[in-house]
Design a protein around this ligand. Structure first.
Ligand code: AVW
Length: 270
């Protein structure tokens, strides 16, 4: 009788153990799947809530109030082209071609002598440009539409991923956010003419960062008809870390020399 009881107890323990192991394994697999295949598997910020509505509204504001001369632009078509570029697609497989139909609808050009580039100085460059009647990429229609927003889609879904989007360093460089700014910046730079400016940050080690969009894309796409004026700005609260005679600016100069682009540099713009 006692023997039979012990046997039963053993069986019970065995069944319990099996359930426990199955539960833990199932849980671990679930967490793994949620982490790596779920919506929050990326390391970057998720899409901006109401992305499509913001794009549509900004397009109306730009074409009707900011640049009424661009009133004839088809904002519905532009919004559609923007969404179709990345919706339902693998967020790590963006190509320049994905954005071509959108770029074709609103090429980012500004008049000769008006373009201002920036790197690690966005707000300051915008202020600098505004005060002098000059224009940054964010003053063109597509730059204005996407300024400060984030976006990515999800394969097999017509919705955006609001939880997370790929990070350039931690996930993939060919994400839709980065490729958008790269292709738009490339067009902006290759169309620049006359004397153009770049506002660089002299309070960091490499004011010219060859891995930034300005360093990787824009500097390499300026035409020889351009003269580039660099302004190295220094944060008054921080010690200067780079200057026009530093090695990073020399590197920029050598890229421009190779493209026959004339170059000047000024330190300490206030
Ligand atoms: P960065 P980069 N809104 O400060 O030289 C939100 O090192 O790389 O400067 N994100 C943006 C915007 C924007 N308006 N613009 C760029 N980004 C992203 C476009 C982009 O992924 C202008 F014409 C970029 O790498 C400037 O001359 C990062 O934020 C040049 O490219 C800012 O990095 C600035 O790009």
């Amino acid at each position: 009788m006692a023997d039979c009881c012990t046997q039963r107890k053993k069986l019970c323990y065995c069944v319990l153990l099996c359930f426990l192991v199955a539960g833990i394994t199932g849980g671990a697999i679930g967490i793994y799947k949620w982490r790596y295949t779920g919506l929050n598997r990326w390391h970057g910020k998720g899409s901006t809530p109401n992305f499509q509505k913001i794009i549509q509204e900004r397009c109306d504001t730009y074409t009707q109030q900011i640049r009424p001369d661009s009133r004839s632009r088809d904002c519905q078509g532009i919004t559609q082209a923007f969404m179709s570029a990345f919706i339902s697609k693998d967020p790590c497989k963006a190509t320049k071609e994905d954005y071509q139909p959108l770029i074709d609808l609103a090429y980012p050009t500004v008049p000769c002598g008006k373009a201002v580039f920036w790197s690690k100085t966005k707000e300051l460059a915008r202020e600098y440009a505004k005060g002098r009647g000059l224009l940054t990429l964010e003053d063109t229609l597509l730059g204005f539409l996407a300024d400060g927003l984030s976006w990515c889609g999800e394969p097999g879904s017509s919705d955006l991923n609001y939880q997370s989007c790929p990070d350039w360093k931690k996930d993939c460089s060919t994400n839709y956010f980065s490729v958008f700014w790269e292709v738009l910046s490339e067009r902006f730079a290759e169309n620049a003419c006359g004397t153009v400016q770049v506002v660089l940050n002299g309070s960091i080690e490499n004011a010219f960062d060859k891995m930034s969009i300005f360093g990787r894309v824009e500097a390499h796409n300026l035409r020889s008809v351009v003269m580039l004026q660099a302004w190295l700005v220094h944060d008054p609260g921080k010690p200067p870390r780079d200057s026009c005679s530093g090695s990073s600016i020399k590197e920029l100069e050598s890229i421009l020399n190779g493209r026959n682009v004339r170059f000047t540099c000024r330190d300490n713009l206030r």
